[in-house]
Design a protein around this ligand. Structure first.
Ligand SMILES: Cc1cc2nc3c(=O)[nH]c(=O)nc-3n(C[C@H](O)[C@H](O)[C@H](O)COP(=O)(O)O)c2cc1C
Ligand code: SF4
Length: 1497
């Protein structure tokens, strides 16, 4: 039966409701901060919070507070902390959290804290409860839903009456119980006098309350200090239980009185023990386990002949205090034998805890009327109604036998394998740090508070208190002393025959006594010598190998330790000065930082330790800087004395993806909330502690500390000078200053203007609406209006009512959302109730796309912001001047179709329509203008680089800088947060290297690796044009980075921009001679088609001090013989492939050269294909991807001239008006293919021959080792999406660096067009070493699925400025979700070319993939299907705008069909076409035809 409103259907719900009613604060302990609402107690708590239900004991006028505390966050410490300010606290938790919290529970037991405990659903472990028996808690168990409610109430009343802690526990069954009504609040209120309750928190409060109940007087509130309460006189005649000694008898007295209250109120009777069974039973079973009720029922139903028909069952309800008297009361005198069945998995003693209670009760039987029964203990496992009879027979047979066996195990291990509970294992995400520690210290790593460890040395469980770890450290110190005396003895007694060992031991002893950091080195040498020696004493000493190696001792804890610093174990460790390292993982998400209980004042452990001045301190975040974290670990280990490393790892729930953790980390660091730094207290050459700030913003407390210590001025020298725009700690101040400035400027403007005022505000992500608004303002000024323009969010909403004429130009983002710079404005306008726009004339024009979301149900998103604003302004009383204008990207001229009409209406409404003709305005600056006006790509880049007021460069320079291989970007992960903080975006640059042919020497690899570390974001990328790309280079480091690239004979010229890009050439590992020939051709082509502008050298390669600005001198004017001043209309790409391999996707480039190789392996010439291209614009049918068309065959000598002439035709004929159609593919289609060929032939003065036969096998890489014709070896290595980075579990970047260092002779790196890496030209004798490194760094992994190996994605977030959806960071996650399914279908090893991009620009050539996901908005993709496996055929839109779940739902059945129905060797893309799922795209211009899903009108 579904519960009606007001019903309770689970024991957890019942207890949670009561906890809420009886508490000021409920701490809900759960695995996640965002637990699923239907988990455990959370459901009921959430509901009560949501309904704002009143509590019974919460202070008048307040509601109970409910806080979630993560189970691994030392949750019971949170309760201890809460005692400072709160009296009535309850905790709801699963039983598994209890044993690790015994230290805190001992404290909590002294206060009226009630803990409701739900036992594991699967197979409860009662030892989790019985292990608490000595702590002073009353332990009460309930057995059914009614009891859970009654005894929850009883527990709270008892806690109030006794002032002591109560643990109420129960097993939540899987089966549904009949719902019961909510508790009767009126009745409960009579159980105590509400007015007598005293608040304020019992601990640390001088007027702490102790509430004691007295038979005669009732509830007594006693105001004493905590210290006094032990010996204070009784108050007003009341008998304080605490003062008369809280004896078992008085405790019991209180319990019985409360049970009596419950009986009177509910009619239900509760006793300490229940007995079920015959009055003349000869055997009694005391059952502590979840199957007690099944036992009772089975015995009740027993037939006469059943061996267990004369068996009774005793179930304890009150475990503590254990009353021998009450126990003896229920046990029939006829009983001769007693079985004690305890469901305890972690029994640490031979005898069960309840067994001991039973034995001592029976022995204490003062009446001794009969002989003491025999007691037999059992370990109870899982039993169900089917197995219980058999089990009972076994139990009774054993009990009744002459010599019963003790400790028999009854029942199985678990009911099923469903793991519905949570365990105290180190959360998977947090193992990132343990893994790093293990990577760095290997065998030397000693995690002192690890309880268990798995094979990788990573702890599975760690105790939650630092004292344990410190204790372990001290114990190890003692062991080490023993070792030292053993070594001394061995030396003194000359036990080593080998003098060398003797010397090594002496050396080791000396270093040890000095506390030297060189101990581990000396230890390693000693160990290896001892291992060789093999004598008895050597063997004995090797037992202590870890000590000899000088262990790196770590205690790992959570930020929970930072709440109670002064008295905590962390303090003791710091104060001790011992050489121990503490790693504290703070997992509080940045976005949830304010949600936490404000009364819990988290202290900054790092600062605390710095104040102590004897500890090494570091603040790290592995998801921000792996290298900085690594450095901190190494420094902490080397430091002799305490080291405190605080590490950030924010997450809400363990299932949070690394992406979420990364984004939270970035925001925290960027805002200064979590600075990265390292502090060494040892004075430097200036006598100051060494402080190294590794991130850019400092939080205020830290800054104050440094200032206070009078260090900041000195420290600052080592800290880069940051402009206000990137110093987060000034953000609010900065924001208010900016606002003031904007307002002033605004007023000044208004003062200077004469005509009627007009305020134009815009919201725009891509700049279109912004341009429209700015143009409108210029034209308005031309008409004499006092017009100003600004972004919506810069407009002070509170001043809206004072506007006279307001015009809004709003575009649409996301799914009908406001663009970034309009969101705050809209929020304010939407929610404001006191805005009065009665005197405001307004007009709104929206920019949108009626087909951006083509499904019928998504039509509501069309131009939604404009529509919403238009409506809202009307409601607020505004007067509409002009009807809402809607610009639609689908109209023939896009938004321009509707706009002029709307604007004309606006002029009319403003009364200035007659003067339009007089207004002339300059046309907007196009890309073409920028190129031409840039003076051969000089622009004002040099000036921009030296402007320290911004991290960016001018917009026009942004276009020009691309030709220099430099792209302005900003960190999109933190864009919103920075905006909210009033800061500019976090600008940085991407640098792309020109490395035509894709071959890098080891020295070049190492240089790129170092530049990424020193100047970039510590990673780099292998691109789809087989070159390097560096990200995250801030402006200050841009020039040094470009210089450093040039220093290793690479450059960045035309790696981006409207010119010929990096020439892509096959890596061809199996044919060295051919590869060499093609590679040099690629270089020749690249050099030949290279722009010759001198600005590159001027800007990047001169010294800053160099006064001579122009390399060529001002007199020399640049000249671009091939390009001219306007360069090409768009980018131009060339690729070279050698059949049968097409990993460069030769059909996707402006010019594709298909090598034709003579039978003897000699290159003769090329088939030339032209007009390939990938980039499109969503929903713009004028744009489409295209595969190159065949011009014909040419001799190899002619290839340079052919490429040059093709480029020149494109230069002169390409569309310079519409960049979207600027590529060669459109020039050819507009011109006609044959005419194009004719033009090329005219220019080259020969004709193309017929194409030579060729065929391709695939467009993916072939991984693994191959040998070339010279006997040199090549290893093609899978690099997921080309990203070279280190992560805690996978040190790819370090591994490749080691390989680069190890490479000898001709060895080199070749990059592939699929973003992988070939280790090339490895001599036979070098193979073992390289293989060892591959294994050591796990780089030899060819076990990936066929799907993963043939997948690739573009960069997208966070660096790509135009990304609409995630790609590189998300694609691996998506693949994992498909992989397991493919494995089930037996498709694990089948290759499917799948690609993902963050937008339709097509950087990884998605439109040639068999399956592609092309980003449309955050989390939303278009699914494309049917590309050819060899890269010869385009795919087609299958479904638009799908999220992850929908994508998986769409793709899985298609894979299944392929698995079942495919023909021999048939590829996925071909199958989809044969089976009619998708139509083939045989020609780019037909790309939009016959799509599976037509837009719905
Ligand atoms: C990611 C994205 C999402 C969009 N979502 C919508 C939408 O939901 N409704 C709509 O009418 N237009 C939508 N559009 C179309 C834009 O509003 C339109 O292209 C507009 O001209 C962009 O102007 P802007 O450059 O000023 O941002 C979307 C465009 C993008 C790039
Ligand atoms: S495809 Fe789009 S999102 Fe991906 S990197 Fe290229 S431009 Fe950026």
């Amino acid at each position: 039966m579904a519960p009606s409103n007001g019903d309770v259907s689970t024991r957890e719900d019942a207890a949670a409701r009561v906890a809420y009613l009886f508490s000021e604060t409920v701490l809900s302990v759960q695995p996640n901060l965002k637990a699923a609402p239907d988990v455990g107690f959370q459901h009921a708590l959430d509901r009560m919070v949501y309904n704002k239900d009143r509590g019974i004991v919460a202070k008048h006028g307040t509601l109970p507070s409910v806080y979630s505390v993560r189970y691994n966050d030392d949750p019971f410490l949170a309760a201890v902390d809460e005692l400072r300010s709160t009296t009535f606290i309850s905790i709801t938790t699963a039983s598994s959290t209890l044993p690790a919290a015994i230290a805190h529970l001992a404290k909590l037991a002294k206060f009226p804290v009630v803990i409701h405990v739900s036992m594991s659903r699967d197979l409860p472990d009662f030892s989790e409860i019985t292990s608490l028996r000595q702590l002073g808690f009353t332990l009460i168990q309930s057995f059914n839903l009614h009891e859970a409610q009654d005894l929850a109430i009883a527990s709270h009343v008892l806690a109030i009456r006794t002032g002591k802690g109560v643990i109420h526990f129960f097993h939540q069954p899987e089966v549904e119980e009949t719902p019961i009504p909510f508790e009767d609040v009126n009745q409960i209120e009579n159980f105590f006098d509400r007015n007598a309750l005293v608040y304020g928190g019992p601990e640390g409060n001088t007027v702490a309350n102790h509430l004691y109940w007295n038979e005669a007087v009732g509830l007594v509130a006693e105001k004493t200090t905590m210290k006094e309460d032990a010996d204070e006189k009784t108050n007003g005649g009341a008998v304080s239980l605490a003062k008369v000694g809280y004896t078992t008898a008085s405790q019991f007295q209180a319990i019985e009185a409360v049970f009596e209250l419950m009986r009177v109120a509910t009619g239900r009777t509760y006793k300490a023990f229940d007995y079920h069974g015959a009055a003349n039973a000869v055997t009694a079973l005391v059952i502590c386990g979840s199957s007690a009720q099944t036992f009772i029922t089975t015995i009740r139903e027993a037939g006469r002949g059943d061996i267990y028909s004369k068996v009774g069952v005793i179930t304890p309800r009150v475990y503590r205090p254990w009353s021998a008297e009450k126990f003896l009361d229920v046990i029939p005198r006829s009983v001769k034998r007693v079985g004690v069945l305890e469901q305890a998995h972690r029994q640490t003693t031979k005898w069960g805890r309840i067994l001991l209670d039973v034995i001592s009760s029976l022995n204490n039987d003062l009446s001794k009327a009969t002989a003491i029964p025999v007691v037999v203990g059992y370990q109870l496992g899982y039993l169900d109604s089917k197995t219980i009879r058999q089990a009972l027979r076994g139990i009774v047979q054993n009990i009744q036998s002459e010599a019963p066996i003790q400790n028999l195990v009854v029942g199985g291990r678990a009911s099923h394998d469903v793991d519905s509970e949570y365990h105290l294992e180190e959360p998977e995400l947090e193992t990132a740090y343990s893994k790093m520690l293990y990577n760095v210290f290997g065998d030397r790593l000693s995690i002192l508070n690890a309880l268990e460890r798995d094979d990788a040395g990573i702890p599975r469980t760690i105790t939650s208190n630092p004292e344990y770890g410190f204790g372990a450290y001290l114990a190890k110190e003692e062991e080490k002393k023993l070792l030292v005396s053993k070594l001394q003895k061995a030396v003194n007694e000359k036990l080593f025959t080998n003098q060398e060992i003797n010397d090594l031991v002496l050396h080791w002893l000396l270093l040890n006594s000095e506390g030297s950091s060189k101990l581990s080195e000396a230890g390693a040498e000693l160990v290896s010598n001892l291992e060789i020696e093999g004598s008895e004493i050597a063997k004995e000493l090797l037992n202590d190998k870890a000590f000899l190696l000088g262990p790196s001792s770590w205690i790992i804890g959570s930020d929970a330790w930072s709440y109670d610093l002064g008295t905590s174990g962390v303090h003791n460790i710091i104060a001790s000065g011992k050489n121990v390292n503490v790693l504290i993982i703070d997992s509080q998400p940045y976005t949830a930082r304010a949600v936490k209980n404000v009364s819990r004042r988290k202290k900054d452990i790092g600062l605390y330790a710095m104040n102590y001045s004897n500890s090494y301190v570091a603040s790290i975040a592995v998801y921000s800087s792996y290298t900085q974290a690594l450095q901190a670990f190494i420094e902490a280990d080397k430091f002799t004395g305490p080291s405190i490393v605080v590490a950030y790892l924010p997450y809400n729930e363990e299932t949070d993806s690394a992406l979420t953790v990364l984004q939270e980390t970035k925001n925290a660091i960027d805002s200064g909330y979590w600075p990265l730094y390292r502090w060494d207290p040892r004075p430097d050459e200036n006598g100051l502690p060494n402080f190294q700030l590794d991130s850019q913003a400092l939080k205020m407390e830290l800054k104050e500390f440094l200032e206070r210590e009078n260090h900041l001025s000195q420290v600052a020298r080592r800290v880069p000078v940051f402009g206000g725009n990137i110093d987060g700690s000034y953000s609010s101040e900065l924001r208010s200053r900016q606002r003031q400035k904007a307002k002033k400027a605004y007023s000044r403007l208004l003062e200077g203007l004469t005509g009627p005022p007009l305020t134009v505000v815009f919201a725009s992500d891509g700049g279109t609406a912004e341009n429209v608004a700015k143009r409108l303002q210029r034209r308005a000024k031309g008409r004499g209006l006092g017009a100003v323009v600004m972004a919506m969010d810069d407009f002070p909403v509170e001043d809206l009512g004072a506007e006279e004429n307001l015009v809004i130009i709003a575009s649409t983002a996301g799914q009908g959302e406001f663009p970034q710079n309009g969101r705050n404005f809209w929020e304010a306008v939407k929610s404001s109730t006191d805005l009065n726009l009665a005197s405001v004339n307004y007009a709104v024009f929206g920019l949108g796309d009626s087909h951006y979301w083509p499904r019928k149900q998504d039509k509501i998103y069309y131009n939604k912001p404009a529509k919403d604003l238009n409506h809202r302004l009307e409601i607020l009383g505004g007067m509409r001047m002009v009807e809402l204008g809607l610009g639609d990207a689908q109209d023939p001229d896009g938004y321009q179709t509707a706009y002029p009409l709307w604007e004309a209406e606006l002029w009319k409404a403003l009364g200035v329509d007659g003067i339009g003709a007089a207004v002339e305005e300059p046309p907007p600056l196009t890309n073409e203008d920028m190129k031409v006006q840039s003076n051969y790509l000089r622009g004002t880049i040099a000036e921009g680089l030296s402007d320290e007021s911004t991290g960016a460069i001018a917009p026009s320079d942004f276009q020009v800088a691309k030709f220099h291989g430099v792209y302005l970007q900003d960190d999109r992960d933190i864009r919103d947060q920075r905006k909210a903080n009033g800061l500019q975006p976090a600008y940085y640059f991407m640098i792309r290297v020109r490395m035509s042919g894709g071959v890098a020497t080891p020295a070049q690899w190492l240089a790129i690796d170092r530049i990424a570390d020193d100047m970039g974001n510590h990673t780099f990328k292998v691109t789809t044009r087989a070159t390097f790309q560096l990200h995250g280079v801030i402006k200050k480091k841009l020039k040094p980075a470009v210089k450093a690239i040039n220093a290793v004979l690479l450059d960045t010229i035309a790696a981006c921009g409207d010119a010929n890009r990096n020439v892509l050439c096959t890596g061809l590992p199996y044919n060295s001679a051919l590869q060499k020939e093609l590679n040099s051709l690629a270089r020749v082509l690249s050099e030949h088609l290279l722009p010759t502008f001198t600005a590159y050298h001027e800007i990047w390669l001169t010294d800053d001090n160099d006064q001579k600005k122009l390399v060529a001198g001002n007199a020399v004017v640049d000249f671009e013989p091939l390009y001219g001043p306007a360069y090409l209309p768009r980018k131009f790409k060339i690729a070279i492939a050698v059949p049968p391999y097409n990993e460069v996707d030769v059909f996707a480039h402006d010019v594709g050269l298909i090598a034709i190789v003579h039978e003897q392996g000699k290159l003769t010439g090329f088939n030339v294909v032209v007009g390939g291209g990938m980039g499109i614009t969503h929903n713009n049918k004028n744009t489409y991807p295209r595969t190159g068309g065949m011009l014909g065959y040419i001799k190899k000598e002619d290839v340079v001239v052919v490429c040059e002439k093709i480029m020149l035709i494109q230069r002169d004929n390409g569309n310079r008006k519409d960049r979207k159609r600027g590529r060669l593919q459109y020039t050819i289609d507009d011109m006609g293919f044959d005419i194009f060929r004719q033009k090329v032939e005219e220019l080259v003065e020969f004709k193309f021959e017929d194409a030579r036969p060729f065929s391709f096998e695939s467009n993916i890489d072939r991984f693994g080792w191959v040998k070339d014709e010279r006997g040199l070896n090549h290893f093609t290595m899978f690099v997921e999406n080309g990203r070279i980075a280190d992560t805690p579990g996978f040190r790819l970047k370090t591994g490749l660096r080691e390989i680069a260092l190890a490479m000898k002779g001709e060895a080199e790196f070749r990059l592939t067009g699929n973003q992988h890496v070939i280790l090339s030209n490895i001599a036979e004798e070098e193979i073992p070493h390289i293989k060892r490194l591959l294994v050591e760094y796990k780089l030899d992994n060819r076990q990936f699925s066929g799907l993963r190996l043939s997948s690739s994605s573009c960069v997208a977030f966070p660096t790509c400025a135009v990304a609409m959806a995630e790609s590189e960071r998300y694609f691996p996650i998506f693949i994992s979700k498909l992989e397991s399914y493919l494995e089930e279908l037996g498709l694990r090893h089948d290759s499917v070319v799948m690609r993902m991009t963050g937008c339709p620009n097509g950087c990884v050539r998605p439109f040639l993939a068999e399956v592609a996901m092309v980003g449309k908005a955050y989390g939303v993709y278009n699914i494309m299907l049917g590309g050819g496996y060899t890269g010869q055929r385009l795919n087609k839109l299958y479904r638009s705008s799908v999220n992850e779940e929908q994508a998986l739902t769409l793709l899985k059945p298609l894979f299944k069909r392929w698995a079942l129905e495919r023909e021999e060797g048939e590829h996925f893309g071909d199958f989809l076409i044969r089976s009619g799922v998708i139509k083939p795209t045989l020609d780019g211009s037909k790309f939009h035809d016959d799509v599976a899903e037509e837009d719905e009108e």
